[in-house]
Design a protein. Sequence first.
Length: 248
Amino acid sequence: MWSEWQRWLTQAQQVAGDFFAPLSAAHPLVILPLNAAAFWIGLQLYRRSGSPLLHPVIGASLLVFATLWLLGVNFEGYQRGSGLLYLLLGPAIVALAIPLKQNLAMVRRAGWPLMLGLLVGAILAPLVAVLIAVLLGGSRAVLIALTTKSVTTPVALALAQELHGIQSLAAGVVAFTGVIGAVFGPSILRRLNVTDERVLGFSLGINAHAIGTARALEISALCGAFSALAMGLCGALTALLLPLIVTF
């Protein structure tokens, strides 16, 4: 616990140092308003259209990408400029425990089936992607990035750094996975006659992590609770087992 607190303080110091650095295109005073404005625009488009293809994460990401390309800011610069947002990711993920606590009794009743589904999903989700990449001749960096595809961005970045992978590639894979799962996951499951919101939420949490959980919360608090549970457990399981598997 103390080491985690020290790490958080170190990150806060780094964010403060970046904030007071000389103003540039990658400065927090440029990047943070860009993120906020892009998300607001993406949210307005999503509400007006109602189409999952215009989910705020998709629209905002495209706007941010286009702006960064025009400004000539690379991923490392953007990551430094977004340090405050990265710092807030942890508390935001923890806040997802609120709907989980509100539906804890229902979660307990579905305990063992959930654990079995988690184990199968957490293994198969990255394994299928990695096997396809191996057959297509993917490099080690690509394989490492794909192994982190079903966890949240903070966990994926930490794992990529620990495994000597490319953090920008891991972040891109995680974002792409989350967007695809959030956009197409609910409709695919409904076509398969999966109407139980517990199953829907758990599937979104395993396969689309935080973005899928945000989509699940739009469906219902119950769906969001099971998605948050799956996201947290899948992230913890992956963080524990992945370094051992890759080392082996």
